[in-house]
Design a protein around this ligand. Sequence first.
Ligand code: 5GP
Ligand code: ZN
Length: 116
Amino acid sequence: MKHDDQCIFCKIINGDIPSAKVFENEHVYAFLDLSQVTKGHTLVIPKVHTRNIFDLTPEVASHLFEAVPSIATGIKEAFSAEGLNVLNNNEEIAGQTVFHYHLHLIPRYGKGDGFG
Ligand code: 5GP
Ligand code: ZN
């Protein structure tokens, strides 16, 4: 599995940095974001180190998006959210700060929930 020693998300996958795991399978890892934009804010990442969408192979994308609907549904139910945003930043200009591809799953609770 392609891995980058300097990458904090690769370290999270390996367990070198602790994280609050939401979901894991052979290809995908999901965990709570450190800075909870709203309650239950989760990051979903491929286990293969991939910088961002411009390096995402169809195979890795397919593994990732196969897992996303059930993760999103699980979060919506666990946190009793009304809805959920899926967000992805690619490159610094677009707000990417960690250069291992990730989707933000941001549960929504209504006006004043901290997002949007
Ligand atoms: P980006 O700005 O690249 O789209 O999102 C990176 C996200 O990673 C940020 O929301 C940030 O809070 C989160 N993050 C950065 N370092 C860590 C960490 O060590 N653990 C966890 N759980 N989240 C992190
Ligand atoms: Zn990585």
